[in-house]
Design a protein around this ligand. Structure first.
Ligand SMILES: [Zn+2]
Ligand SMILES: [Zn+2]
Length: 97
C-alpha cells in the first residue's frame, strides 16, 4: 500500500506510481514517464490517458489491440475444395500410344 503524506492519497500495491510533484497516481511507471516532459508535468488527459475508478491514470489500450482481444480467434480457417478434390480418372486405362 502506497501513501503520500502530502496529499494523503493511498493506493494499493507498489506497482502504481504517485508523483509527489503533481500528486497524480499512475497505474504504471510507463504512464508516469509519459506525463513528464522536459522536467515538467503534462496533464495526463491531454496526452490521451484516462483515469480509472480509483483515481489512477492509465494509458488506454489502442483500439486495434482492444479489437484483437475482443474477438476470440476461434474461427478455424476454412479450407474448401482442395482437400476434397479428387482428380477425375480419365477412364481410359491402358491407352498406350
Ligand atoms: Zn501526493
Ligand atoms: Zn505530474
Amino acid at each position: 500500500m502506497g501513501y503520500c503524506s502530502k496529499c494523503h492519497e493511498r493506493w494499493p500495491g507498489t506497482a502504481r506510481a504517485h508523483f509527489t510533484g503533481c500528486h497524480k497516481t499512475f497505474r504504471s511507471a510507463g504512464g508516469f514517464d509519459k506525463h513528464r516532459k522536459d522536467f515538467a508535468c503534462l496533464d495526463p488527459a491531454n496526452i490521451g490517458m484516462e483515469m480509472d475508478e480509483k483515481g489512477s491514470w492509465l494509458t488506454p489500450m489502442p483500439e486495434d489491440v482492444k479489437r484483437r482481444l475482443g474477438c476470440p480467434q476461434n474461427t478455424p480457417p476454412e479450407v474448401e475444395g482442395s482437400a476434397k478434390f479428387k482428380p477425375k480418372s480419365r477412364g481410359g486405362r491402358g491407352t498406350h500410344a
